[in-house]
Design a binder for this molecule. Structure first.
Ligand code: NAD
Length: 479
């Protein structure tokens, strides 16, 4: 017998301990060869004043084992607590969130009997960088950050995943008709990477219509890859319309750690009652077994689970008169799965797992671009002022050939020649550049800011305007 694989587990809060116990029992009976280290995370740790919710030593265990099976935790109400998931994802670079969403008709009620999609969500970037500012009385901002390596890693992961799991199509969801630089980058990288996988079909969707089609006709999709925020929302929708969020597991994959968990929370309303469905955590554990190369055990357990579901042995959350046969609690559901180990589903599709290749989502860092400074956006706080008043005052302020060309308010042009109907806040973006986007000496920006300050303006931030190989690296002002 080979050495057991060391893994780290956390029992979490609410129903966490119950579903973890059930899961570990099934893993053991299914022959998983594991050596388990347990860490404490969640509510109790938060309430001890540890703001990331993980006991000291937890990171060492995760670093050592590289595998984390995590039950849901309760995030205490009130401010100051950092999301443990976000901390773990970022600290360990868990860049890919993988969530299979499958329907189990006719054994679990679903509007979409043929649904079988995998949502692959970018996990580190986008609006989740957590860089937010209040800039004026009225206006708050959150920075949406996309990087080329970040996009390339997740998109390549999606294609490699499709190849590895014999999936036929990868779909990209973005909103690049509006966010031409950030979402535009994601789409551009998708098109570039897709060329390397000619055997895989691809398509791209604007997120709103793509989401509508996913909710309506999920069978037209296979693997979906998308930025963090869209993926966060759509992966829950996909899991719910497949049948129940209580059934889906997910993997968070990085180069040094992989974390596996159910997608639902700690369900405090049913905690301690032994009625929770352990399927989400169990299916996450099956993904873990595949990841650590215990593929036969993964298939045995998954097929026993499918057979149990097929026989109508259901926990309360999925129990339905006319479909289900026996209503069971957490423990008896686990027992039923154990009794079906070695059996295959008769009607649902049997699963097979193969020795996984390590998916290496490489990214190319070699390209260098010629970057030139060509202008600056100066953001100014001023309440109860008209666009013309602020525009005329600022037009008098220059530095060399650097001149005010346009002012926008929440992205809409208001000077020169704005519309009188446009509602304006106290947050003005004032764009300065030299004619024909001539290359700019940075000292002129310092000079300009000094002049703007001396004229009594409240400058809240600046954003330099660059070109890259002659192409504008910022959104243009229209209207
Ligand atoms: P939830 O997913 O815990 O519960 C939503 C509803 O689904 C509840 O009615 C619950 O009883 C039911 N439910 C969830 N899982 C179930 C299961 N396995 N079996 C049967 N029924 C189940 O969502 P919530 O109530 O919004 O959140 C509760 C807590 O969980 C919060 O503190 C939240 O922050 C936390 N949370 C943690 C994670 C995580 O650790 N990954 C994820 C989501 C929410």
């Amino acid at each position: 017998m080979t050495e057991p694989r060391k893994i780290t587990i956390a029992r979490g809060d609410g129903i966490g301990p119950e579903i973890m116990d059930a899961t570990l029992k099934i893993l053991k009976a299914g022959g998983a060869n594991l050596e388990i280290e347990e860490i404490e995370i969640g509510e109790k740790v938060y309430l001890k004043g540890i703001e990331n919710g993980m006991e000291p030593g937890a990171f060492e265990s995760l670093r050592k084992t590289g595998i984390f099976l995590k039950a849901p935790i309760t995030t205490p109400q009130g401010g100051g607590y950092k999301s443990l998931n976000v901390t773990t994802r970022k600290a360990f670079g868990l860049y890919a969130n993988v969530r299979p969403c499958i329907s189990y008709r006719p054994f679990i009620r679903t509007k979409h009997p043929d649904m079988d999609v995998v949502v692959i969500r970018e996990n580190e970037e986008d609006l989740y960088a957590g860089i937010e500012h209040r800039q004026t009385d009225q206006v708050y901002q959150c920075l949406k950050l996309f990087s080329r390596p970040g996009c390339e890693k997740i998109i390549r992961y999606a294609f490699e995943y499709a190849k590895e799991y014999d999936r036929k199509k990868v779909s990209c969801f973005v909103k690049d008709n509006i966010m031409k630089l950030t979402d535009g980058l994601f789409h551009e990288v998708f098109n570039e990477v897709a060329k390397e996988y000619p055997e895989i079909e691809t398509d791209s969707w604007i997120i709103d219509i793509g989401a509508a089609r996913l909710a309506d006709t999920p069978q037209m999709f296979d693997v979906l890859v998308m930025p963090n925020l869209y993926g966060d929302i759509l992966s829950d929708i996909a899991a719910q319309i497949a049948g129940s969020v209580g059934l889906a597991g997910s993997a968070n994959i990085g180069e040094h750690l992989a974390m596996f968990e159910a997608i639902h929370g700690s369900a405090p309303d049913i905690a301690g009652k032994n009625i929770a469905n352990p399927s989400g955590l169990l299916l996450a554990a099956v993904m873990m077994l595949v990841h650590i190369h215990q593929v036969e055990e993964a298939a045995t357990i998954h097929n026993a689970w499918l057979r149990t579901i097929e026989k109508g042995i259901h926990t309360g959350d999925i129990f339905e008169q006319g479909i289900s046969k026996e209503r069971v609690n957490t423990d008896t559901f686990a027992e039923a799965i154990i009794q079906h180990l070695g059996e295959k589903p008769h009607e649902l599709k049997e699963v097979h797992y193969y020795e996984p290749k390590k998916i290496v989502a490489r990214h190319d860092e070699s390209t260098k671009h010629v970057k030139e400074l060509v202008g600056v956006d100066v953001f100014v706080d001023w309440k109860d002022v008209s666009p013309n008043e602020i525009g005329e005052k600022l037009s008098k302020i220059t530095a060399g050939d650097l001149k005010l060309k346009v002012i926008t308010n929440r992205g809409i042009k208001v000077y020169p020649e704005g519309l009188p109907e446009t509602f304006c806040t106290d947050h003005w973006r004032c764009r300065f550049w030299q004619d024909e986007w001539k290359k700019l000496d940075k000292n002129l920006i310092w000079q300009l800011l000094k002049n703007v300050n001396e004229a009594g303006f409240d400058t809240i931030k600046t954003e330099n305007l660059y070109t890259f190989d002659g192409k504008l690296g910022f959104s243009e002002v229209h209207g």
